[in-house]
Design a protein around this ligand. Structure first.
Ligand SMILES: Cc1cc2nc3c(=O)[nH]c(=O)nc-3n(C[C@H](O)[C@H](O)[C@H](O)COP(=O)(O)OP(=O)(O)OC[C@H]3O[C@@H](n4cnc5c(N)ncnc54)[C@H](O)[C@@H]3O)c2cc1C
Length: 523
């Protein structure tokens, strides 16, 4: 391949992604000089509504939280990781308090804990009601802006990991005016999930599996790729992306699901009706949508207090011409959370030297086949300092900061976005959506194999999509977020996690890969 000459910079650790995982990793790397790369777009962290699960209430403890996490997981959790994450929860909440996170508190000043599905006790701490994610990222950004060890290189998109002797030794970025190469002994991917690979998703633009593609093409292992959690009640507005979320708490407060005849359908399907496990509700809503539509009716149960109790959902409804106080809200299942990702150990290390992953892009073994509500922000917050500690322990060569002129130049450029082709999003929703069947997945796989994009980010999208389809075809059973119509049962012989790499994904190995570092101008 003939490479263009691109300026290259040596630097300290590079963190890619500015959600909760990336921000806290960058902060925790102090005093090492860190380059924090972002697109300038909001991640899923900004949209989180329910809160952060952590055993901080007097009636709770880490062992109980661990037990709930294990029972929600459909059997594929790594118990040591579960103990690690649930055990560190209270410490991370204390850290956020020191950062000034405005947790909602009772009159006596203690942090309030909300209840969410499959938690035995009230355990979910929140801020500004259902505005926890925005409060969290605002709190972390305030710390990042104060930290003089962090340089923010934005807007820029990570496109390719650079390899030297088979190991990751940097990353190539695209900015509005050209490519930038950062050479570093430590690259940390914190690029979030993959929801935007699907036509219906709650994840914001840019959260589309790019980090998975980057890692895969650089030789790292992925795991549990087939497990995508679909939220049953995303607000269904044609042409709207992302789909706003009608939080589960609404059903907890008594909101009911109606079909196109205006009749409740969950009572016939599960004893817990609307409060059945997320995947059960998602499949029922999916069927109702196919038969004419599904609506969430909160008029009788929540009614007039809707604007006060659910300000974020209320605002999102009004912005889209819906009034949940007076009418049912149209809903559909939407890709919400990816349990799979880059396989990492308990230090956040990937299988590839020089590459770490943190947050939703990583698969640590915490979630198994199904995530317990509000465990994902906790996972990001627990692992970020662990990744940083591991990188710091490497004893990297001291590096200076990037030239300020580069930071300023990139900051002055316009936004850079990666959009996922509409055909791909629809094909993924149809082929590896809520209900999967062999024929549809094989057709999707063939379509992806035939697709040969030239553009680097599209290659990352293709690699991530191929990994999801390959994982889903291989798992001939139903479990957690993965449902196969021809194999509706959970089978003992699949009671293990499935690892993939670029050699084991049909159609990927012959594609290009990350490339060895050469032919660059050193700065
Ligand atoms: C609507 C909604 C509600 C949720 N509610 C909750 C909740 O209440 N509790 C909970 O625990 N979890 C919740 N989740 C899940 C949780 O928010 C996410 O799992 C978590 O925030 C992921 O954090 P992250 O830092 O890994 O990724 P993100 O916050 O998604 O950040 C990733 C960032 O990386 C950027 N990026 C991606 N690719 C590149 C690239 N190639 N180059 C540069 N930048 C890149 C993205 O643009 C994005 O800014 C919710 C998710 C959604 C969508």
């Amino acid at each position: 391949m003939k490479l263009a000459r691109i300026n290259e910079y040596q630097c300290g650790p590079v963190v890619i992604g500015t959600g909760a995982a990336g921000l806290l990793t960058a902060l925790s790397l102090a005093p090492m000089p860190v380059v924090l790369v972002g697109t300038g777009a909001k991640g899923s962290s900004d949209l989180a509504q329910g809160g952060i699960a952590a055993a901080v209430a007097p009636e709770d403890d880490a062992a109980l939280h661990a037990a709930d996490t294990l029972s929600a997981s459909s059997g594929l959790c790594d118990p040591e990781t579960v103990d690690l994450v649930t055990g560190e929860g209270a410490l991370r909440i204390a850290l956020l308090e020191r950062f000034g996170m405005p947790f909602d508190r009772g009159q006596d000043g203690t942090i309030l804990c909300g209840r969410e599905a499959a938690h035995q006790v009230n355990r979910v701490v929140h801020a500004h009601g259902d505005g926890t994610g925005a409060a969290l990222t605002k709190t972390l950004w305030a710390q990042v802006h104060k930290a003089d060890h962090i340089q923010i290189l934005s807007p820029a998109v990570a496109e390719v990991l650079i390899l030297e002797q088979g190991h990751v030794c940097g990353v190539e970025l695209a900015s509005r005016t050209g490519k930038i190469r950062l050479k570093s002994e430590a690259v940390i991917l914190a690029t979030g999930g993959l929801g935007q690979l699907f036509s219906r998703t709650t994840n914001p633009d840019g959260v589309c599996g790019l980090g998975l593609g980057l890692a895969l093409r650089a030789g790292a292992e992925l795991v549990d790729m087939e497990f995508v959690q679909f939220h049953p009640t995303a607000i269904d507005i044609p042409g709207k992306s992302p789909n706003p979320l009608a939080t589960e708490t609404l059903r907890g407060e008594g909101a009911v699901l109606l079909d196109h005849r205006g009749q409740r359908f969950m009572k016939q399907i599960h004893a817990d009706a609307e409060l059945a496990p997320r995947d059960v509700v998602a499949r029922a809503v999916y069927r109702a949508v196919k038969e004419g539509g599904a609506w969430l009716d909160a008029r009788a149960s929540v009614g007039d207090v809707f604007p006060d109790h659910f300000p974020t959902v209320h605002r999102l409804c009004l912005e889209n011409g819906l009034d949940p106080v007076t009418a049912p809200i149209p809903v559909a299942p939407a890709a919400h959370y990816h349990m799979g990702g880059i396989a990492t150990d308990r230090r956040g290390r990937s299988s590839q030297t020089g590459l770490w992953a943190c947050g939703e892009v990583a698969s640590t073994g915490l979630h198994g086949a199904n995530r317990l509500a509000s465990n994902s922000l906790l996972e990001a917050l627990v692992f970020a300092p662990l990744v940083a500690a591991d990188v710091k322990a490497l004893g990297m060569k001291p590096r200076s900061m990037l030239p300020q002129s580069l930071i300023d130049r990139v900051a002055s450029e316009g936004a850079i976005t990666v959009s996922v082709p509409a055909w791909l999003r629809q094909a993924m929703y149809d082929g590896v959506g809520v209900v999967r069947e062999e024929e549809g997945m094989q057709a999707l796989h063939a379509q992806l194999v035939d697709w040969r994009p030239d553009e680097a980010s599209e290659r990352n999208l293709r690699a991530a999509a191929l990994a999801v389809v390959t994982g889903a075809i291989g798992r001939q059973e139903s479990r957690g977020g993965h449902f196969r119509s021809e194999y509706p049962l959970t089978l003992g012989r699949f009671n293990h996690r499935c690892y993939l790499n670029r050699q084991t994904i049909p159609g990927l190995a012959e594609d290009d890969t990350a490339y060895e570092s050469k032919d660059v101008s050193h700065v």
